[in-house]
Design a protein around this ligand. Sequence first.
Ligand code: FES
Length: 161
Amino acid sequence: MVTFSEKAKAEFEEVLKRYPDKQAALLPALHLAQREFGYISREVMDYVASLLKLPPSEVYGVATFYTMYNKKPVGKYFIQVCKNISCSMLGAEDIVKHIEEKLNIKAGETTMDNIFTLTTVECLGSCGTAPMMQINDDYYEGLSIERVDEILERLSKASSG
Ligand code: FES
């Protein structure tokens, strides 16, 4: 059975204080659960439902509606490249293609060593600095192919050292 660590339990208590309404607390609670467990499995959805005393069906509905919640395991670095209009006009497709070739995976896949997962997403609200991507919680903006290479190489080194 999945259970939050003591640290996550404390953060969950904070979420409840900030959002006394259980429905409103659901999104931050799922976010916390994703950080804690890596992805939102069915078991995690049941756990969050029990913590918030919400019907499991409501939690499944929300978790499956939002693409920001991973329903299956992802790599250590979860790369989300925005492919919406502004990013697309400024080369998002080339960036995705470049990452696919560099990591030898297709969008939606994870590298064999479980370091990187690549996906494409809709607008991340940073159109003014397009093209951009999000890796875990960080935004990388004004991307070029060279900058993408730098970022991936840095993360790759960080994960092996
Ligand atoms: S279109 Fe890419 S962040 Fe909005």
